[in-house]
Design a binder for this molecule. Structure first.
Ligand SMILES: NC(=O)c1ccc[n+]([C@@H]2O[C@H](COP(=O)([O-])OP(=O)(O)OC[C@H]3O[C@@H](n4cnc5c(N)ncnc54)[C@H](O)[C@@H]3O)[C@@H](O)[C@H]2O)c1
Ligand SMILES: [Zn+2]
Length: 355
């Protein structure tokens, strides 16, 4: 078992990583207050019983949402709040998110807003949620005009990552999680990027040691960045590498057709291509990013999207400041910069349509 801490002063919290540890959630996270569980139908079937039993007398109720990004909406959020209210949970209660990033983001937003904020425990069951969304306190639901447009910052009190849950995860979802893992290597850790180049086959085979290492390194990088810039006033925006482009792909293709991680994978290649044509990084760096994304079985190219759709999507992005799109561009493997420098439109167009 590995444990690390997200250092946020009095709000610091543990991230515990281990195999078959769901059953020990109560003791590992020192839970003592009533817990309301939010999950979805897929994950409920697989893991709800274990959590329910482990909570014992602390269990206060549950809400099970429909499965899918298209249900990460204000409507589902409102239904979840109805269930929380009906359960009689008080301000001292805890919301426990059991599922992938969709459940985590929605349950997190419930916890952020119910009674102006109650405790949140994240129990992520997808690789993507384990390495990214469960740590850092971003919670949100989608709006028809954009992803994650309604939300709040609300840190959890603890994150419990049980790698045993990954054995039921579909291959495509596993790969989508690997996209976010690659992201950490590109923006922050060249040694880890090299490790990924060597160990991609082991990760794809779900080798336990490889998974635990990749998850622990990813969470440690995210924990450090979040601790330094909780509200994304600066460096935290680096975590959006690949996302500016990825969000346009997700929006255009309809949620679910392209998974978040798949869109981010193509987005990372686009951003690296842009960086290379602007001479921020080398073509060797570009080739390494492309090859690692391909080795993970992830898309290296965007689908066919109109240039006008790209423009509209990029300018609606949350990263727009004073009318300039902020790009996160690698300056080498392990290093990235946030820039609002104007990017020549021809280069941008070439990047998104690169083949
Ligand atoms: N808050 C953040 O910082 C942050 C960061 C990254 C992504 N996100 C959000 O996360 C979401 C994507 O998360 P995701 O990729 O986990 O998708 P997801 O939550 O939709 O889960 C993917 C699929 O796997 C299923 N599933 C979950 N755990 C399983 C298991 N152990 N075995 C079998 N099936 C399982 C789910 O039911 C779903 O069908 C997006 O909404 C994205 O915006 C948030
Ligand atoms: Zn992401």
């Amino acid at each position: 078992m590995k444990q690390l801490t997200v250092e946020l002063g009095t709000r610091r919290y543990p991230v515990i990583i281990g195999n078959t540890i769901l059953e020990q959630i109560r003791s590992l996270l020192l839970l003592q207050r009533p817990v309301f569980v939010i999950s979805n139908f897929t994950v409920e079937t697989l893991y709800f019983n274990a959590v329910h039993q482990a909570l014992g007398s602390l269990y206060q109720g549950h809400f099970i949402m429909l499965d899918g990004e298209q249900h990460k909406t204000l409507t589902t959020y409102s239904e979840a709040l109805d269930a929380v209210m009906a359960s009689g949970l008080h301000r001292d209660g805890i919301i426990l998110a059991l599922g992938g990033g969709v459940v985590g983001d929605l349950a997190g937003f419930v916890a952020a807003t119910f009674q102006r904020g109650v405790s949140l425990i994240q129990v992520p069951t997808t690789l993507l949620a384990q390495v990214d969304s469960s740590v850092g306190g971003k919670t949100a639901v989608n709006h028809a005009l954009g992803k994650n447009m309604i939300g709040a910052f609300h840190q959890p009190d603890g994150v419990l990552i049980d790698t045993a849950t990954l054995h039921t995860l579909p291959d495509r979802e596993l790969k989508a999680g690997i996209a976010e893992i690659i992201k950490y290597g590109v923006i922050d850790d060249s040694e880890f990027f090299g490790w990924l180049e060597q160990n991609m086959p082991a990760l794809l085979k779900r080798d336990e040691q490889a998974l635990q290492h990749a998850i622990a390194v990813s969470c440690a990088i995210k924990a450090r960045i979040v601790a330094n810039d909780e509200r994304e006033q600066g460096q935290r925006a680096l975590l959006n590498f690949g996302h500016t482009f990825g969000h346009v792909i997700e929006n255009d293709q309809g949620y679910g057709n392209w998974l978040h991680g798949e869109a981010v994978a193509a987005g990372m290649v686009i951003a690296t291509y842009l960086a290379s044509v602007m001479n921020w990084c080398s073509t060797t760096d570009l080739r390494r990013v492309q090859q690692l994304v391909a080795a993970a079985g992830l898309p290296t190219q965007a689908p066919n999207i109109n240039w006008s759709t790209w423009q509209a999507g990029l300018y609606r992005d949350k990263k727009v400041q004073a009318g300039q799109v902020r790009f996160i561009l690698p300056t080498g493997i392990g290093f990235a910069r946030i820039t609002s420098e104007p990017v020549p439109e021809t280069l941008l167009q070439a990047s998104v349509t690169l083949t």
